[in-house]
Design a protein around this ligand. Structure first.
Ligand code: CDT
Length: 319
């Protein structure tokens, strides 16, 4: 490392991709896999480990069932709870923080698709509830599987946020959120340096006959373009492979603010990737092409918050 390299602000960052979690897998078994990857990541210098969305269970929104059954089988009513406690204990023992996605049922009985940020002491320091819920809420008996996030979860009740933790300013989102530019801009406008997210992306799209290769293509271009346009590092963890015959893409990545992929998984199984991240790398972009204070023109962006979808063109002055 160069002399200047020594002075840079760095964080040991790992993504812990998960292979499939089947319906028959217990929470204990899944948490055992997470602890094993946390230990491996620590051995490779990680201070923060990113786990997937809904990491504790199979991707259950693919199954039609009553809300009551889903809540009984797949939701957590407390975090940590006795089954997940070993992960929090390992984090404290090793001095490693983590991001974890799970299905949350609040004490008031409200269901969310949630992610938490846990610091090196094993304390929850941030919580994010998924805002962009894809899929549908009705039964589609002719589809090969369902995507019932709109049935099983409420839309997140707080805007996108960032948290000062582990020596960095960290933003959180979940899966489908990564496809929306608003997600990233909300966080970069709060000076995010690193955006972490988990995902479950089915290889087949039940809504239209999308060529399978486009799933990976759109996943990667979204992350690379968003990291660059928002001057952030991005870390994305898949749950992937075939869960009881339902295939989901891998391709977990750590992306630099340059838009370049710094590390990518090569399997569809449990796999750790790690990068010693230079948090200052984004500064060049923040000071130049994306100096927001000098170049952004929010007075010309009003439609972004006024309209949900496409509408009539804005009135123009006569030419
Ligand atoms: N989990 C999740 O958000 N998955 C979506 C699938 C979209 S297709 C209905 C994703 O954006 O990857």
């Amino acid at each position: 490392m160069s002399e200047t390299g020594k002075n840079k602000r760095r964080i040991g960052l790992a993504v812990a991709q998960m292979g499939p979690v089947h319906l028959a897998d217990t929470r204990e078994r899944v948490v055992g896999r997470l602890v094993e990857m946390l230990r491996e990541a620590h051995g490779r210098g990680a201070e923060l480990v990113v786990f997937p969305e809904l990491a504790l269970t199979t991707f259950f929104p693919r199954y039609w069932m009553s809300d009551e059954e889903a809540r009984q089988r797949f939701f957590e009513t407390a975090m940590p709870n006795p089954q997940v406690q070993p992960l929090f204990d390992a984090a404290r023992e090793l001095g490693v923080g983590f991001y974890l996605g799970y299905a949350e049922l609040t004490p008031e009985g409200v269901p969310f698709n949630t992610a938490i940020l846990v610091d090196k002491a094993g304390t929850i320091v941030g919580k994010y509830r998924k805002i962009h819920l894809p899929g549908h809420d009705d039964h589609k008996p002719d589809a090969p599987f369902q995507h019932l996030e709109k049935k099983f979860f409420n839309v997140g009740d707080e805007p996108f946020g960032v948290w000062d933790a582990l020596g960095a300013r960290i933003g959180m989102c979940l899966c489908n959120d990564r496809r929306w530019p608003e997600t990233w801009r909300m966080m970069s406008l709060q000076s995010a340096e690193l955006v972490v997210l988990g995902y479950n992306t089915p290889s087949h799209n039940i809504h239209w006959p999308e060529p399978v290769h486009l799933r990976m293509h759109h996943h990667l271009i979204t992350l690379q373009a968003s990291a660059y346009q928002n001057c952030v590092w991005a870390a994305a963890a898949a749950k992937c492979g075939s869960e009881d015959g339902h295939h989901m893409i891998g391709g977990s990545v750590i992306v630099a603010p340059t838009g370049e992929i710094a590390a990518q998984t090569v399997t569809e199984d449990d796999e750790v990737i790690a990068v010693n991240v230079d948090l200052d790398l984004a500064e060049t972009f923040r000071r130049n092409v994306f100096d927001f204070a000098r170049h952004r023109r929010p007075e010309h962006y009003s439609l972004i918050t006024e309209r949900v979808g496409p509408g009539a063109p804005l009135p123009r002055k006569p030419v």
